[in-house]
Design a protein around this ligand. Structure first.
Ligand code: ADP
Ligand code: MG
Length: 558
């Protein structure tokens, strides 16, 4: 038996780790199961290249609770460790890492942003345990090892009794962490962090009902047997090749991700890149015409199939946080604050890759099945319009598929609109004027009047549309928008055959004069007489476009 002193300057790691990671004690389980997974995958790899001559079998990870002993056990059948390796990986590497961590994050520890995202590894176990034991036996022919430490720099290391290959971590759960001895709590944690980890995780057993043997009587109970209760799906859809998946597979994975979500997603985007960074994942466009506030934080971030967080702020452009799904990338640094993250080169590349993939997908959906795309437009426009406003690159790409519906239910791209209305919806400077209504009912009379004149009227009723129109006007040449009840209609060059009014010129002048008198000299409103064949009112009073927009922007807070 050997005793030794761990080489760190801090006297007692345990209270420090507890203090710094205060808010997120539960991640210890994620870390330990990750280590068990790593150990299993390493062995599989060694076996596959002929380095390890072992009976591999179907290695499992097992989690057990011993309520009486107040211990939590994490067992794996992976590579295990020799005495040398325990000294090297647990004593030296691990604890010097802790010192570094404390040095680096002494002050940042208060920043909730980093807490819980830092992979503290093995010693996060001291957040919940006041003594930790490692029982391990290497796949190599070496004696088993038993390591034990109570969080002080003192540890013991002796020969162990473990017979099977692999490692068992025993946590003696601290008095104030009793929750981690509750089955329900552990199951919930496994489902949260380990649901898609690549090695099967057993937690207890469950009863499986078998088919009745032939000739069994009506009221004879079906036979049952106890089987391992595997809590995870080791091969989630995003780890597979898109070619091997059908729409139905994507939809059923969506349900696996969001068991409480009953609506089918509108479509999915499979992400898969390995250079210059590594990223896989599946994003889904959900139906978004519901309460937007409920839609955030639905993309889950994983690293090598380990759940990290569902707050992807700073990683995914903000307009895409309305989507759902999974992103898995080992290249996203997690031990930094969110504001730093946004400045990180790799993360920037990831963010623009995702943006591009989403734009490409929308583009191909539009090209391949326009009718279907039009049908979905109402549900997806918020993401697209918001993206056009907030991401320049997306704005450029969206030009190809962003649609502008008319009050008559037709959908046009901006380019198509230009072609359709040029020559007839032009003001005296030759600028194209696109008319739109924001409320079909309330603006009914104006819409009618404009249609009567042969003008196209768009229906622009999404909440950010005032901003989007302004953006289009400033970035596109020769383009302006005018609401159908604004004064701009009056300034359009009319088709020659349109007769303005049934009234004689003189009558028109008088009527106009009378109306203007009522409005008063300083009124910003304009009086406009209507065409003879219009079924709308004989005249209209319109508000200047700029006034209306100011009001609109005040209303939408922009
Ligand atoms: P990291 O996983 O980032 O390397 P950890 O502190 O989690 O850091 O673990 C330190 C090292 O201890 C691991 O790299 C590994 O070599 C060893 N180790 C931890 N747990 C196990 C295990 N269950 N089986 C084999 N080796 C392990
Ligand atoms: Mg680890």
């Amino acid at each position: 038996m050997a005793t030794g002193k761990i080489n760190v300057s801090v006297e007692n790691i345990f209270p420090l780790i507890k203090k710094f990671l205060y808010s997120d004690h539960e991640i210890f389980l994620r870390e330990l199961v990750s280590n068990a997974t790593d150990a299993t995958l390493k062995l599989k790899h060694l076996a596959s290249i002929g380095e390890a001559k072992v009976e591999l079998g179907d290695p499992l990870i097992e989690i057990k609770i011993d309520k009486e002993a107040k211990t939590l056990h994490i067992l794996d059948q992976g590579i295990g460790m020799t005495e040398e390796e325990v000294k090297k990986y647990i004593n030296e590497v691990a604890f010097s890492g802790a010192e570094e961590f404390l040095d680096k994050y002494k002050d940042a520890g208060k920043d909730a942003g980093i807490i819980g995202h830092f992979g503290l590894g093995f010693y996060s176990s001291f957040m919940v345990a006041d003594r930790v034991e490692i029982l391990t036996k290497s796949y190599q022919d070496a004696p088993a090892v038993h390591w034990s430490c109570d969080g002080s720099p003192e540890f013991t290391l002796k020969k162990g009794k473990k017979k099977e290959r692999g490692t068992e971590i025993i946590l003696h759960i601290a008095e104030d962490s009793g929750e981690f001895l509750e089955e329900g709590r552990i199951r919930a944690l496994l489902l949260k962090y380990n649901k898609f980890m690549p090695v099967p995780i057993k937690f207890g057993t469950r009863t499986e009902t078998l088919p009745k043997p032939e000739g069994a009587g009506e009221d004879e109970p079906a036979p049952t047997r106890e089987v391992d209760n595997i809590v995870n799906n080791p091969t989630p859809a995003w780890t597979k090749k898109p070619a091997d998946l059908k729409d139905e597979d994507y939809n059923s994975f969506y349900r696996e991700l969001y068991p409480m979500q009953f609506e089918e997603p509108l479509f999915h985007i499979h992400l898969n890149v390995d250079y210059p960074f590594n990223l896989t994942g599946i994003l889904y466009f959900p139906k978004l015409n519901q309460d937007l506030a409920l839609q955030k934080d639905r993309i889950q971030l994983y690293q090598n199939q380990v759940f990290i967080t569902d707050n992807v702020e700073g990683i995914v452009p903000e307009f895409l946080t309305m989507l759902r799904g999974v992103i898995d990338s080992p290249d996203i640094p997690l031990n930094v604050s969110r504001s730093y993250l946004q400045a990180d080169g790799a993360v920037k590349k990831i963010s623009s890759y995702i943006t591009r993939k989403v734009a490409d997908k929308l583009n191909s959906l539009f090209r391949e099945d326009r009718e279907n795309f039009e049908k979905k437009w109402n549900d997806i426009k918020i993401v697209i319009e918001y993206g056009m406003l907030s991401e320049e690159k997306f704005f450029e790409k969206a030009e190809g598929f962003a649609l502008y519906p008319t009050v008559d239910g037709a959908y046009y791209t901006l380019e198509e609109l230009r072609e359709k209305v040029s020559g007839q919806q032009t003001d005296k400077d030759g600028k194209l004027v696109l008319l739109y209504a924001s409320d079909r009912e309330a603006q009914h009379a104006y819409i009618r009047a404009a249609r009567d004149k042969g003008y196209e009227v768009l229906l622009m009723d999404s909440p950010i549309v005032a901003h989007l129109m302004q953006k289009l006007e400033t970035s596109k040449e020769n383009l302006s928008f005018a609401r159908v009840d604004a004064d701009s209609l009056d300034k359009l060059i009319r088709k020659e055959d349109t007769q303005i009014s049934k009234l004689s010129d003189e009558e028109q002048q008088t009527l106009k004069k009378q109306l203007e008198d009522v409005l008063g000299e300083k009124s910003p409103y304009t009086v406009q007489l209507e065409p003879a064949d219009s079924e709308a009112a004989p005249f209209m009073i319109t508000e200047p476009e700029f006034m209306r927009r100011m009001k609109e922007m005040q209303r939408t807070g922009g």
